[in-house]
Ligand binder design. Structure first.
Ligand SMILES: [Fe+2]
Length: 276
């Protein structure tokens, strides 16, 4: 096995591991790598839909997306599609997946199916490091506070994406409160758990105070020193610990730039726990 770090902050590209080997020993090695590096990458993984699902199940029960339909024969797989004529890319802007749920996604297994010749990289930022390096005064202002996360409603997830099909839902927008500083259930490390996309308010503060504080936190957690960037190739697999990173799919390849390319990714998510 070979481990190559992507940056000083987080992320590692792993070679010499077989993702179709779901033995307890192999899964333990992969989980240990994931907890340590927070996002890990594997190239040249020509695995089937079922193999991706079986591998994901080794981490916990599969989570179905609240708003977007999965593949017809494999509903566990949410296919992220950007058509060549589209500008927007599902997952752009900093976020932690589904942080508006009472039990947000534990981890995501994302496989590239079709990738543009240039652009469409994904960035990740280490929220354990973000907490460690946050200004002490700011830390004291938020350590015991909770924040409100909102799902933003169906239209946010499908309107700008021709290839993403909506589910029928009873409730359009829902929200949950989570500790701003959560504890990783495996490593017990503290994690800064807010994100620009879904976190709307700090509970117990006025709107003005909350907005000002959140703006400072968002600015900190997006510092390039906390990030790594992955350039996709076809059949690459990323696994991220969705509790300890935020991520950003870069929409820099669209027709107006002469870069009208298609990008297709298959996403399988694993259910998480209630943040504490
Ligand atoms: Fe995402």
């Amino acid at each position: 096995m070979k481990v190559e770090l992507l940056s000083g902050a987080l992320g590692a590209e792993i070679t010499g591991i077989n993702l179709c080997d779901t033995s307890a020993n192999n899964i333990k090695i992969i989980k240990d790598l994931l907890w340590e590096h927070k996002v890990i990458f594997f190239r040249e993984q020509d695995i089937s839909h079922q193999e991706q699902i079986d591998f994901a199940k080794c981490f916990g029960p599969i989570e179905h997306h609240a708003y977007v339909k999965g593949l017809p024969n494999h509903p566990e797989i949410l296919r992220i599609v950007k058509e060549p004529y589209e500008k927007n890319n599902w997952g752009e802007n900093w976020h932690s997946d589904v942080s508006y749920n009472s039990k947000p996604t534990q981890a995501v297994i994302l496989k590239s199916v079709e990738i543009p010749p240039i652009g469409g990289d994904t960035m990740f930022a280490n929220m354990e490091l973000a907490w460690e390096t946050l200004d002490e005064k700011l830390k004291n202002q938020i350590i015991d506070k909770k924040a409100l996360h909102s799902s933003l409603g169906m239209s946010f997830f499908v309107d700008n994406y021709a290839g993403m099909e909506a589910k029928k839902v009873d409730i359009d927008e829902y929200s949950n409160e989570h500790p701003i500083v959560r504890t990783h259930p495996e490593t017990k490390k503290k994690i800064l758990y807010v994100n620009w996309t879904y976190t709307k308010k700090i509970i117990g503060l006025s709107k003005k105070e909350s907005d000002e504080l959140l703006m400072k936190i968002f600015k900190h957690q997006e510092r390039l020193e906390l990030t790594c960037r992955f350039k996709w190739t076809k059949n690459a697999v990323a696994i991220w610990d969705n509790r300890s990173v935020i991520h950003y799919a870069i929409a820099d390849y669209f027709p107006n730039r002469g870069l009208g390319h298609r990008r297709i990714m298959d996403r399988v998510a694993i259910k998480g726990d209630k943040p504490f």
